[in-house]
Design a protein around this ligand. Structure first.
Ligand code: ZN
Length: 442
């Protein structure tokens, strides 16, 4: 026991156990024989389920009790007293050709934060619960935080029609033995009574940037989470002969050219906003190449080297940690797009795919607990915002006190087979997490 009463296992033993857990996970959804070959564990796939079951069996061996909710989120709970829970959660799905640490770090560290507290479980006033959310990554089914969203009944039912490798989300949920009607009917898998029992929620995650590594700081205490607005902009022009058609908008309705000018316009708006001091990032990650979307919009294939472009589209992901700014900025962006469409004599359709409000301030009491734990264990930390969305944002959106801990990842690289977090950094994160859980549950 250390002076806060937490049972701390020796660091080398913790490092060894964490390493073993990751070695087991490396065998699930691996794209080759080595970690560097990358991973593929899409939402509601056999691989995601297998990874969840591995953690389930490890938790059960340690004496925890498991329950699956209606859509297949997994809850692993310590026996003990008290009606309330302190949750620690994350996800275990990956992007295609992703790494083994985005999400899984939070699950493994969460498990290895709860197990060392075993001598205390019965003495705590709240139970500890490890939550494995399904399908956090947008890469499958084009929607973010699907499992945590379903738990609280906030997923847009339209996402059930979204496909991944020719399978709809509806079918994928059924194929894993769960019930998509929760999402279809916006019915929370966690009822109001269960939700009330969640006293606090913490998520540990790799930073997915390189500030911690660069500054040599092992722990980031997350203060805010950027929200996002995602748009799909479809532009319709008119096909015509590239040689015969004179230049100028009297003759040409060139969709691809209009898209290029739209992108320049919105990039300039972004640079201007940042210069003025706003928190903002934006990315046009897709231009005409979304395979599933193209199946339903085959006109994109009518584009050719010798044609004025009849149709094109791009997707835009805009993020900020300031709600009011994000709302106004998106309005401005839509105006710029409309103006460029007019200038190039093309039609434009803007569809909002997703709007997720920022968490401007994560729970201050949890933040203090994390900082106090760092001081306790003499581990340096800094306060920092999260650029990426995490399940913690969905939980915080429900009014549940939520906090996040970042640990370094090598080179800041994520969503890439080269993604890596060292067992030492993971173990330090796990120790902090353990200490925080004890503080929140005692
Ligand atoms: Zn993640």
């Amino acid at each position: 026991m250390n002076r806060t009463g937490t049972a701390m296992h020796s660091l080398p033993a913790l490092i060894r156990r964490i390493q073993e857990r990751f070695e087991k996970l490396e065998q699930i959804g691996s794209l080759g024989n080595r970690r560097e070959d990358g991973f593929d564990r899409p939402a509601w796939s056999d691989m995601e389920t297998a990874a969840m079951k591995y953690i389930q069996s490890a938790a059960e061996k340690a004496g925890m009790v498991s329950t699956w909710d209606g859509v297949g989120n997994l809850f692993l709970t310590t026996p003990g007293h008290g009606e309330e829970f302190v949750q620690v959660g994350s996800h275990i799905d990956t992007v295609p050709s992703g790494g083994n640490y985005d999400g899984a770090a939070g699950i493994v560290c969460g498990l290895e934060a709860i197990i060392p507290l075993k001598p205390m479980w019965e003495r705590l006033n709240r139970k500890l619960q490890l939550v494995l959310w399904r399908g956090e990554e947008s890469a499958s089914f084009n929607a973010v935080c699907k499992g945590s969203g379903a738990a609280f009944g906030v997923c847009n039912p339209d996402i059930l029609k979204h496909t991944n490798r020719d399978m709809s989300l509806y079918a994928a949920i059924q194929a894993q033995g769960f019930d998509p009607s929760f999402i279809a009917e916006k019915k929370a898998t966690l009822g109001p009574e269960q939700k009330k029992k969640i006293a606090s929620y913490i998520e540990l995650h790799i930073e997915q940037a390189k500030r911690l590594e660069t500054d040599g700081i092992p722990i980031g205490v997350v203060s805010s989470i950027r929200g996002t607005v995602r748009l799909r902009v479809e532009v319709s022009g008119e096909a015509n002969h590239s040689g015969g058609t004179p230049m100028g908008i009297r003759y040409r309705k060139d969709a691809n050219l209009a898209i290029a000018y739209m992108q320049v316009g919105i990039h300039e708006a972004c640079s201007y906003a940042i210069e003025k001091g706003s928190d903002l990032v934006q990315t046009a990650g897709i231009v005409n190449i979304d395979g599933d979307f193209n199946k339903k919009h085959p006109l994109v294939y009518a584009n050719s080297l010798t044609k004025v472009s009849p149709y094109g589209y791009f997707a835009l992901d805009i993020r900020s940690n300031n709600t009011a700014f994000l709302t106004d900025y998106v309005k401005d962006i839509k105006k710029i797009i409309q103006e460029r469409a007019k200038r190039f004599n093309v039609e434009v359709k803007i569809t909002e795919i997703l709007r997720l409000a920022p968490v401007e301030k994560l729970d201050p009491a949890i933040q203090h607990s994390i900082e106090a734990s760092c001081r306790d264990l003499k581990i340096p930390f800094i306060e920092m915002p999260s650029g990426a969305i995490h399940d913690a944002a969905l939980v915080a959106g429900q009014g549940i006190p939520a906090g996040m801990i970042f640990i370094p990842c090598r080179g800041g690289i994520s969503h890439n087979p080269a993604e890596y977090a060292s067992p030492e950094d993971l173990a330090r994160g796990s120790q902090i997490l353990s200490n925080v859980l004890y503080r929140l549950a005692r």
